[in-house]
Write a protein that binds this ligand. Structure first.
Ligand SMILES: Nc1ncnc2c1ncn2[C@@H]1O[C@H](COP(=O)(O)OP(=O)(O)OP(=O)(O)O)[C@@H](O)[C@H]1O
Ligand SMILES: [Mg+2]
Length: 310
């Protein structure tokens, strides 16, 4: 669905490359997160995918279309793109028109536009705001309006630059559940997020960027537990993995093997009691980080259902 080969990009011929030899591909039905510190080149990379910005060297293909020789309007039929800043996306005078704009642009019929506009607005809590001018809404609401316009198209490829910015916890989950639903129906999703918990909960795969390069590409749980690599880019593992790693005694390198670290969780190490207490289980054997993450997640969910929180 998305193929990027040896991509290099500079904003002008006089400036240095901002993207330095990037290659990866994303298949149908995959949900991939791009993470990295500010200025790493995440948004610059995403902007290459809708054809608004073309490679200086290398090749970008989305849904079989090479961005170098495809019109942006033709790309728009296959790719839904959410800008990092919603104000770069919004220009209609009402929320309803804004949500319907992309669908109208690619030639959908009026009945489908109306139906999908209402459906998406309702899912994103915007039904009461349909006649409002988007610029009278809060930043978080404008983000949801821009996102609604993108999601309503149900494109083959979704490219989202920080889709949960400005949202509270509940709104963040609502947005991500809609994205997950579209992804389950087969769309490829590539999203930038600074929220490592969201990345762990929703992305199957993670691309870690540093200075315009991808320095790690793998299963979300593996990339997010390589603490040294993450910290070299100014990021920290999500809290759940941090807890599991601390219990196990450090960075386990991210493989799937069982406990081989320096104690902490293994056998009678100091972590075991803490973990057993936190999760209410009898953990007399050694567990790997994956198992601990699952157990902590499960416990967190069941406590949340009781309304007490972890
Ligand atoms: N329009 C532009 N013209 C020139 N340089 C730019 C432009 N946009 C971004 N840059 C530069 O390109 C580099 C990468 O920026 P980019 O916005 O892609 O980073 P990012 O990883 O998305 O950061 P953030 O997490 O802050 O959104 C930065 O050095 C930035 O200053
Ligand atoms: Mg950015």
């Amino acid at each position: 669905m998305i193929e990027v080969e040896n991509l290099e990009f500079a904003y002008s011929p006089k400036e240095a490359m901002v993207l330095n030899g990037i290659s990866f591909h994303v298949d149908k039905g995959e949900m991939v997160a791009v993470i990295g510190q500010n200025g790493a080149g995440k948004s610059t990379l995403l902007r290459q995918l809708n054809g608004l910005s073309k490679p200086t060297k290398g090749r970008v293909t989305v849904a079989g279309l090479d961005t170098r020789d495809t019109l942006v309007s033709a790309m728009a039929k296959h790719i839904g793109y959410l800008f990092q800043n919603p104000d770069h996306q919004i220009f209609c005078r009402t929320v309803e028109d804004e949500i319907g704009f992309g669908m109208k642009n690619i030639g959908m019929d009026a009945d489908t536009i109306k139906e999908r506009t209402e459906q998406t607005a309702s899912l994103l809590g915007l039904m009461g705001k349909m006649d409002a001018h988007p610029f009278n809404l809060s930043r978080g609401e404008r983000q949801r309006v821009a996102l609604a316009g993108v999601l309503a198209i149900e494109p083959d490829v979704l490219v989202l630059d920080e889709p949960t910015t400005g949202q509270d916890y509940k709104e963040c989950i609502e947005i991500m559940e809609i994205v997950k639903d579209i992804n389950r129906k087969g769309a490829a999703v590539l999203m930038v997020s600074h929220d490592m918990e969201v990345v762990l909960d929703y992305a199957q795969r993670v691309l870690l960027m540093l200075d315009g390069r991808i320095i790690d590409d793998g299963r979300a749980r593996d990339v997010l537990r390589r603490r040294d690599a993450l910290e070299s880019t100014g990021l920290r593992p999500p809290q759940i993995i941090d807890v599991a790693l601390n219990l196990r005694g450090g960075d386990d390198g991210g493989d799937d093997g069982c406990v081989g670290g320096s104690g902490g969780f293994n056998g009678a190490g100091p972590g075991q009691g803490v973990f057993s207490k936190a999760c209410g289980g009898d953990f007399s054997e050694a567990y790997d980080v994956d198992t601990m993450v699952e157990a902590i997640k499960w416990k967190k969910t069941s406590l949340n259902e009781d309304g007490r929180g972890l």
